[in-house]
Structure formats: C-alpha cells, structure tokens
Design a protein around this ligand. Structure first.
Ligand SMILES: Nc1ncnc2c1ncn2[C@@H]1O[C@H](COP(=O)(O)OP(=O)(O)OP(=O)(O)O)[C@@H](O)[C@H]1O
Length: 241
C-alpha cells in the first residue's frame, strides 16, 4: 500500500513561495487508480513526488509500511516503483528486446520478451529487433513502455497521461491494454488522465484541483461531481463570452 501523509510542495517564484501541493493525504491500495482534475491542478507534480523525481517540501511517502521519502529514484525503482512519462523516452541504439531484457532485470529468452509484447497487443516479430528510435509511433512507444513495466513486475506503476499525443485508434488499443492489465496486475497502477474511458475502468478516482484533493472515491461517487463541476465551468465561460 502507498500512503501519502501531509505532502506539501512549494517552489520559489518571483521571490515568493508558491504552494503547488497542499497537505495531500491519500491511501492507495487498489489495483487501478486514476488521478484527474483541471490543468495545473498538481497531478504530474504528485506523480513525480511518488516516483522520487521531486522531493516534497514536507510530508511522508510510505510504501508497504516503509518510509521511502528520502530514497532516490533508483532506490524507489528497486523497491518496485516505476514511472512512465507523458512523452516516452526513445533510446537510440537499443532494440525493443534490449529494453525488455533490461526492464526484467535478468536474462530472458526471445520467446519471453515476445510474450510481453503480445500482452500489449504488439505483433512481437515485427517489433522485437527494432531500434527504439524516432521511427516508432507515440502509441507504439507507449505500449513498449507498458510491456517493460509488465516485464519488471513492479509493485506500483505510474503513468502520466498515457493518452497524450496518440491518435484515437492507438488510444482504443491502449484502453484495451489497460483493461487487460487490470486483470493481471499484482500491484497498483496509478494513471493520471483526463479521459473518461480511463476513469471508467478505475477502482478509485482522485481529483486534484488547485494543489488539493477535492474528491476521492469510486467512479459512481466521483463522476457525478466531476460532470457537475465541468458543467458549472462551461456555464461560467458562456456567461463570460
Ligand atoms: N518547478 C516549478 N516551478 C514553478 N511552478 C511549478 C513547478 N512545478 C510545477 N509548477 C506549477 O504547479 C502547477 C501544477 O503543475 P502540474 O504539472 O503538476 O499540473 P497538472 O495537474 O499535471 O497539469 P496538466 O493537467 O496540465 O498536466 C502548475 O501551475 C505548474 O505551472
């Protein structure tokens, strides 16, 4: 289980303190958790704090009872925390097989590497020896990234807007991958997303707005509030227009 205790994150801007995250308290032990909310609400910052890319100004991060607040990204990765960026990283010179082998942390056969690719809906023989360079599309890269996460078998996988920059066709495939992951995953997946279809498959939805948690609950508890606040926002914009 991941516990966030009173997480605050401040930055200095124009010689003033700016509060990006304010007293975030959360417990996450569900298999599939979506974090959503308006742009600039603090979602990516929170994900970076969980992964160890940013350090909180105050507060504690506890993973399975262990305080990991002061651990580096690498130490957290070794404890089973993995993070997929909005824009996947391309690794020139490395093949898909190399990356999956590295991710698994052991020597694996081609057949094993291929099975991870098949799980994310990629035809393994077409991809296994391809270099992870600019010739791969955004959707393909995202699926390779997910295959790496499955190969690592992590406790906690974080995805920051997996839908960003991919076409509708690839998005539909990605949703199918997440739906099937939901059945297989042993740890928790946290997905930052604005997409209703991703929110729909979440066991728990967390809404972050203005650096605060404004709602937490199941889809049935949170979705009506989200729809209500987005309708209120559209009405306000109509009035201002
Ligand atoms: N290092 C920083 N210095 C100054 N401001 C920052 C810094 N990091 C984040 N912010 C600000 O904090 C706010 C939250 O940013 P964050 O990227 O976490 O939001 P988000 O909810 O992920 O947004 P989006 O949905 O647009 O991706 C934004 O206003 C951003 O400009």
């Amino acid at each position: 289980m991941l516990e966030l205790k009173d997480i605050c994150f401040n930055v200095r801007q124009d010689s003033k303190e700016k509060e990006i995250l304010k007293n975030i308290n959360l417990k996450i032990d569900e298999r599939f958790v979506a974090i959503t909310g308006p742009n600039g609400g603090g979602k990516s910052t929170l994900a970076k704090i969980i992964a160890g890319i940013e350090k909180p100004t105050s507060g504690k991060i506890i993973l399975d009872g262990e305080d990991i607040t002061d651990l580096s990204i690498t130490d957290r990765a070794n404890k089973g925390v993995s993070f997929a960026f909005q824009q996947p990283v391309r690794f020139k010179g490395l093949t898909v097989k190399d990356l999956i082998t590295l991710a698994s942390g052991k020597k694996i056969t081609i057949a094993e590497a291929c099975s991870y690719l098949s799980e994310v809906g990629l035809c393994a023989k077409d991809y296994i020896n391809r270099e992870v360079n600019a010739s791969l599309s955004g959707g393909e890269l995202k699926r390779i990234e997910i295959a790496m996460i499955i190969a690592r078998g992590t406790k906690l996988s974080l995805f920051d807007e997996p839908e960003a920059g991919i076409d509708l066709w690839s998005f539909n495939n990605l949703i199918r991958v997440f739906e099937s992951l939901h059945e297989k995953i042993k740890g928790s997946i946290i997905i930052i997303s604005h997409q209703e279809r991703i929110l729909n498959i979440a066991d728990k939805i967390i809404v972050l707005s203005g650096g605060e948690v404004t709602a937490v609950g199941t889809k049935d508890e949170v979705m009506p509030k989200l729809i209500e606040s987005s309708e209120a926002c559209s009405t306000l914009l109509d009035k201002l227009a």
